[in-house]
Design a protein. Sequence first.
Length: 523
Amino acid sequence: MQEQNPIIVGLDIGTTKIVAIAGRKTKYGKIEILGHGFSNSSGVNHGMVLNIDECNKCIDAALLDCQEKNPDLNIKEVYVGVAGHHIKSLQTSGKRVIQNEEEVVSRKDVELLIKEQYKTSIHPGDQIIDVIAQEFMVDNHGPFLEKEVVGMSATDLLANFHIITADKAAIKNINRAVTRSELSIKDFELQPLASAAAVMSPEDIEMGVAIIDIGGGTTDLAVFHDGIIKHTAVIPRAGVNITQDIKTGLGVLKSQAELMKKKFGVALADEVSSNTFISIPSIRGHAPKEISVKNLANIIQARMEEILEHVQHQLRQLNLEDKLHGGVILTGGGSQLKHLRQLTEYKLNMAARIGFPNQHIVGERAKELNQPMFATCLGLILRGYDDVENNRFASFSANSMHETMSYTSEVVEQSTDDAQQEIATLFGELEPKTEAVEEVSSDMVQETTAEEAADLQEEMDALFRPQGDPIPEEIVSVDHTIKEEEEPKPVIQKRTLGLTKIFGAVKNGVLKVFEDGDDIELK
């Protein structure tokens, strides 16, 4: 364990679930999961906190779940993902005159130029939550990436920036809900970027790829091309809309609609038999119902096609429909709908796959968290370590683990004479009583130490070595009677990926936001 590395905690406040995950980077560059907890969400609508008390209770429940799984973990600060139709963005540019004697661009010059953008004039009801550097120009030469300009000879440094803003009231509500749980917010991160960091590789960025994160309240889009991020969008259509459509279309309870979606939901109606039905038990004297799985699939497919049409509209505006050779990566809880990958390929006319965060996480809890629904939260931990490696904050010591006490010389002194002699001989702290004992003890210590060291190394390597990709699981049969809710098993595609470097990438394009309730005519 790399105990010198800080513990970073991501908090995903979603419309349907709240997740808290704590992780620490290992010597292999992977994130060891130290603890995790989750709860159902209440008081949140389309990614926005509306009822602070209800949201705070759900945050407390997620933290309690995490504490029960790992009592040694002490969480005090978190990274929080931000989404919702209140998110906006704008483009700006800045210039700085290089004034040092060598006339060389320094890291401080770049940081000061970025810091100046926080003074940009924005809407009175908004606040800046992030400033992302795009192209840099050095004495009319360029464009260059941020990492390339440091050390260049120049008199003027110019750059374009992508500024992300959020509604002050929405951010205030998040702060109030989180701080009531005695937590402090280290920083905010746009959810599409967090999700992308968890499921993408540098090869994906280079080839060009679209990340579609289908959550409970919003669908987040991030488009990468030529090694940089080109576009982001937040679409307020997602899992809750599908559930509402099922409830209305089939005349069932909301809880029944959600359960049918999870257990029997299919995104491609042509793949479902017309003779398959779901039995709904009677409630308060009402006659039992039989729901056609075909009808259920038609409802789900109609809503998913609407979401994919929004995505297609975005790609057409960017003129990137046929230039994303990496295809589409589907992630988020909604991505686990059966046959969604095939529907996406059909609607967008490009290859699609399900994005899992397995390339970044290790440890005993990694298998449980290797699901698309946890991509955003795990991406927030990666964002935290990006801040650590770039020294953006002075301290990362708020979160901690209670360490187990080890034996000391004081413990030895309190032991009986025989026990004291045995322990001291083993650790070489006291002189043995006789020469014969010294020979035997010395051999024993050397042999025991070698064996223990080998066993310990083997255990550590097995625990923290990057794990291989999980084996895909296929659904063999389905019981078409609604029973207790079971978690769907993901279908995982095998991939070999490296550690994603996303947050330092050059980013272009304006964040496109669809207002909730608007039906945009797509042509």
